[in-house]
Design a protein around this ligand. Structure first.
Ligand SMILES: CC(C)(COP(=O)(O)OP(=O)(O)OC[C@H]1O[C@@H](n2cnc3c(N)ncnc32)[C@H](O)[C@@H]1OP(=O)(O)O)[C@@H](O)C(=O)NCCC(=O)NCCS
Length: 175
């Protein structure tokens, strides 16, 4: 498996399929209507404009396995060094370390653009995502009860966060 910068021409279609499947069938994402094809062009443009990474995971033979990205946590200037992350893995590739690999690479990319804090905003019933964040070193940072509504019921979100260690200074300190 390899993690590569996502390329619109190669990855937009399978990313949209994965995202729309989650929108239609789960509460893991609070969008309720599937996105049109044009959504992905905007998605790539917005991430490129903000210099936020969009990463894709591929198998050795180039099959799409999943993606991870981040964007502004909130839009006020003081939040410049915080970002909210997303990670999605195709159902057939889950539980094989793809999500962990995407998160690790995303963190490296985020350090490179000056992100200090990464935040996961997760549906409280999304136990695989909560477990993934915990395994990757994210700590529980609060719950907003009944923040969302989908499929005719209230949904709560939990926050998980990680403060990114500056690897270069940590290595310098360690000598
Ligand atoms: C959450 C998700 C990205 C995890 O990706 P993944 O590639 O399966 O994750 P990994 O294989 O790297 O798993 C890492 C750890 O997460 C935990 N985990 C992952 N899936 C789990 C599951 N179904 N049940 C319990 N723990 C799980 C485990 O601790 C696992 O480590 P282990 O296999 O050594 O026990 C994937 O399930 C997914 O795409 N879900 C749908 C989209 C989604 O919910 N995205 C997050 C939105 S906030």
């Amino acid at each position: 498996m390899k993690i590569v910068p996502a390329v619109f021409e190669r990855h937009a279609a399978p990313m949209l399929e994965l995202l729309n499947d989650a929108i239609l069938h789960t509460t893991w994402v609070y969008d309720c209507e599937p996105h049109p094809e044009s959504y992905m062009r905007e998605y790539f443009d917005e991430h490129a404009a903000g210099r936020y990474p969009v990463l894709a995971a591929e198998s050795g033979d180039g099959a799409f396995l999943g993606f991870a990205s981040c964007g502004p946590y909130r839009h006020y200037q003081g939040y410049l060094h915080a970002a909210e992350l997303s990670v999605y893995v195709v159902p057939s590739a889950r539980r094989a370390g793809v999500g962990t690999a995407l998160m690790a690479r995303l963190e490296d990319e985020c350090r490179g653009i000056g992100i200090h804090t990464l935040v996961g905003v997760i549906d409280s019933e999304n136990l695989p995502s909560i477990a993934l964040h915990r395994k990757c070193g994210y700590g529980y940072a609060g719950t907003v009860r009944e923040a969302g509504r989908k499929f005719d019921r209230w949904l709560s979100i939990v926050y998980y966060q990680k403060i990114l260690e500056d690897k270069s200074s940590a290595e310098a300190v360690r000598g």
